[in-house]
Design a protein around this ligand. Sequence first.
Ligand SMILES: CC(=O)SCCNC(=O)CCNC(=O)[C@H](O)C(C)(C)COP(=O)(O)OP(=O)(O)OC[C@H]1O[C@@H](n2cnc3c(N)ncnc32)[C@H](O)[C@@H]1OP(=O)(O)O
Length: 122
Amino acid sequence: MKYLSRRLVKPEHLNPANTLFGGQLLSWLDEEAAIFAACQMKSERHVTKLIAEINFITPARSGDVLEFGFEIISMGRSSITVRAKVRNKLSQLPVVTVEKMVFVHVNEKGLPAPHGMGIYAA
Ligand SMILES: CC(=O)SCCNC(=O)CCNC(=O)[C@H](O)C(C)(C)COP(=O)(O)OP(=O)(O)OC[C@H]1O[C@@H](n2cnc3c(N)ncnc32)[C@H](O)[C@@H]1OP(=O)(O)O
């Protein structure tokens, strides 16, 4: 798994329990995974199709630096499927894992279109 980006947890990202709001983390994850998918497909136009099995493992707190890791599970005709893990940079503890994120390359009408790429390192 490649850890390609980092985010700092700030007070405005917290929930009433003073830990990172899950929706904030998922928003970051979707954006970071979409960038990863774009790099693999060499695509500027793709959409998130599926996010499956999200497991929030340990809480993150203000001041924590989170690292976002991704790996390719498979590439199809128009789609790419990736696995994701976010971990605490200092402790290396896993914060969340996502078993499956599917992104689909689309044409100008928003319909699936072949990305034409094999697997290569971004
Ligand atoms: C980055 C963002 O936040 S984007 C915003 C959020 N996302 C969206 O709004 C997307 C809304 N959804 C859509 O527009 C449509 O569902 C599309 C364009 C993604 C797909 O349309 P579909 O009619 O399902 O396409 P189709 O059945 O031809 O499948 C296209 C590809 O997706 C894959 N796919 C479709 N459904 C699934 C699924 N449930 N799970 C896994 N893969 C799937 C197919 O296997 C196919 O892959 P392949 O071409 O590599 O073999």
